[in-house]
Design a protein around this ligand. Structure first.
Ligand SMILES: [Zn+2]
Length: 185
């Protein structure tokens, strides 16, 4: 049995390899060797990645089911505060014993490499528009400070549509006697 590489995403499957019906559960915890994600949110290098992996020996390969937990770092799109975003994803993939089968993933030297699967699942889960809070008010356009309460306006703003409705309503009151005129045909 060869020693597995130092890549933490590599999971040793020796126990279940070529053993149909055999299964094992493994708990992995390691610092991310590379950053995951290139957008406004990403899992930075060194962030702890926790993986609970289940390996099942099947006839043509090893079924790998995993739950992955980590934390992404992002900047709130409104106020630019740093936000920590918990990320929880799952994946399931069949790793074939031999490269001749029509599968994308293969068992190499008694291990499976989960890096691409983890990366794809995590990146898909990262927010495009991270917010520190759903109700984040953003920055004050004048001072650049983070707003803690809605900006107070100098004069109460009246929506022009409401103004029009109000005009109609006052028309009604002044012409309340009009319906009588409708009786004429
Ligand atoms: Zn914010």
């Amino acid at each position: 049995m060869k020693t597995s590489s130092s890549n933490p995403y590599h999971v040793n499957v020796f126990d279940v390899s070529q053993r149909i019906g055999e299964d094992r559960e493994k708990h992995l915890e390691f610092p991310a060797p590379h950053r995951l994600g290139e957008g406004v949110a990403s899992v930075l290098e060194g962030t702890t990645i926790v993986m609970d992996v289940r390996l099942e020996g099947l006839h043509d390969g090893i079924l790998v089911s995993a739950e992955v937990e980590t934390t992404a770092e992002a900047e709130c799109v409104r106020c630019l505060d740093q936000v920590m975003v918990p990320v929880e994803v799952e994946f399931q993939e069949l790793f074939a014993y031999s490269a001749t089968e029509e599968l994308e993933f293969f068992v190499h030297d008694n291990h499976v490499d989960c890096e691409q699967l983890v990366r794809d699942a995590v990146v898909l889960e990262l927010p495009f528009q991270p917010l520190c809070d759903e109700d984040c008010l953003g920055l004050d356009p004048e001072t650049g400070d983070k707003l803690m309460e809605p900006r107070s306006n100098d004069s109460p703003y009246i929506d022009p549509r409401w103004a029009a409705l109000e005009a109609l309503a006052s028309d009604d009151t002044t012409t309340a006697s009009k319906p009588a005129a409708k009786k004429r045909k």
